[in-house]
Design a protein around this ligand. Structure first.
Ligand code: 5GP
Ligand code: MN
Length: 335
């Protein structure tokens, strides 16, 4: 994988571009993809943004979200765009299998492939160019850095800024996580100068749910949350029945895994949801517990040091048992 700076001169020639992101995109994946798309269009490129799957409706306010293709539903259109593309940009994921059914098309694509991402252990051999920086708060920050490094800071506008700001606050936990550096605040200031309405963006992301979601959370905290104080760990395990009963949709469970970390002493919070295809795990930690390694070792996943995810084909009960066994094996790391 050659350095991203190598593409700056060639990127000046207008071409056909596809941008994609991880499945079930969050605000960083969608925000970085759309922010980058707006910038590339200003450079004269023809850009198609493809999400491997559907996404939470509270991302639809982002400028350009209405034109994003959902690969699961618009496969032919996405494949046609990819077959004509000179460039493929992969944002906010580190390995093609994070794009679900889009994976094989990405492997086979003949275009130049570029990675821009902040997850651990990227599959660098799959890309021609790229940048992977785990120290970065968000992929949105990396897009901002790219625009500045390419000498195009004056091309920032309100649309680009709104998209990038959304991903920045999502992935920094509204400027509280460790990766919130002075550079992050500098970036936020530059984006605010473009006239974005930061209070409104915050509300669009975090105050944009329906009553059922709050009722669901009440139920979950009363009945599905378990503490293992000997391991400083909390677990939320949600059966399919709850998802159906409370009519929980994509995006409604975002952020749920963080709540148990508000309890004194809790260092690891885990959430598992009994989804159609698999049991989907999320992990969040405080301090020195490595969620990336944990997810990789036990649940075929990965992510960041303090936030990761994974999946299991086992039943909910089996995968919860496996988690409890994993806690025993990690006892020394959880003290
Ligand atoms: P979440 O718990 O919000 O789904 O994911 C937390 C972090 O871990 C995100 O950065 C996400 O991209 C990553 N992640 C989630 N699930 C998986 C997975 O199955 N495999 C890998 N490699 N990363 C994941
Ligand atoms: Mn991200």
């Amino acid at each position: 994988m050659k350095p991203i700076t190598d593409i700056f001169p060639i990127l000046r020639q207008p071409a056909k571009v596809v941008i994609t992101m991880h499945q079930k995109p969050d605000a960083d994946a969608m925000g970085s993809s759309l922010g980058f798309a707006h910038y590339l269009r200003k450079l004269g490129h023809t850009v198609t943004v493809v999400s491997p799957t559907n996404w939470a409706p509270w991302l639809n306010w982002m400028p350009g979200a209405g034109n994003v293709l959902n690969y699961d539903k618009e496969r032919e259109k996405a494949q046609a765009a990819l077959s004509e593309a000179t460039w493929l940009f992969c944002l906010d994921f580190n390995i093609f299998h994070r794009t679900k059914h889009f994976e094989q098309d990405l492997y086979k694509a003949q275009c130049l492939k570029v990675l821009i991402d902040h997850h651990r252990e990227p599959d660098v051999d799959a890309f021609d160019y790229g940048i992977s920086n785990q120290a970065k708060s968000s992929t949105c920050e990396m897009i901002f850095d790219l625009i500045v490094a390419a000498g195009d800071e004056q091309m920032l506008d309100k649309e680009i800024s709104a998209c990038l700001y959304a991903g920045l606050i999502a992935d920094t936990g509204s400027f509280r996580f460790d990766a919130t550096t002075p550079a992050v605040h500098y970036m936020a200031a530059r984006l605010m100068e473009q006239g974005i309405r930061h209070t409104e963006i915050h509300s669009l992301l975090f105050d944009n749910f329906l009553e059922n979601r709050l009722r669901f959370m009440g139920h979950v905290f009363s009945h599905r949350l378990e503490f293992f104080y000997e391991y400083n760990t909390a677990l939320i395990a949600i059966p399919k029945y709850d998802i159906l009963k409370y009519e929980i949709k994509t995006g409604d469970t975002e952020g749920l895994v963080n709540f148990p970390l508000s309890v004194q002493g809790i260092k690891l919070a885990a959430l598992v949801i009994d989804r159609e295809e698999e049991r989907k795990w999320s992990f969040r930690s405080k301090d020195h517990f490595d969620c990336n390694t944990f997810a990789r070792t036990y649940f075929n996943g990965g992510g960041h040091f303090n936030a990761s995810g994974g999946g299991s084909k086992d039943s909910l009960q089996e995968t919860v048992n496996r988690f409890k066994q994993a806690l025993k094996e990690n006892e020394h790391l959880l003290q």
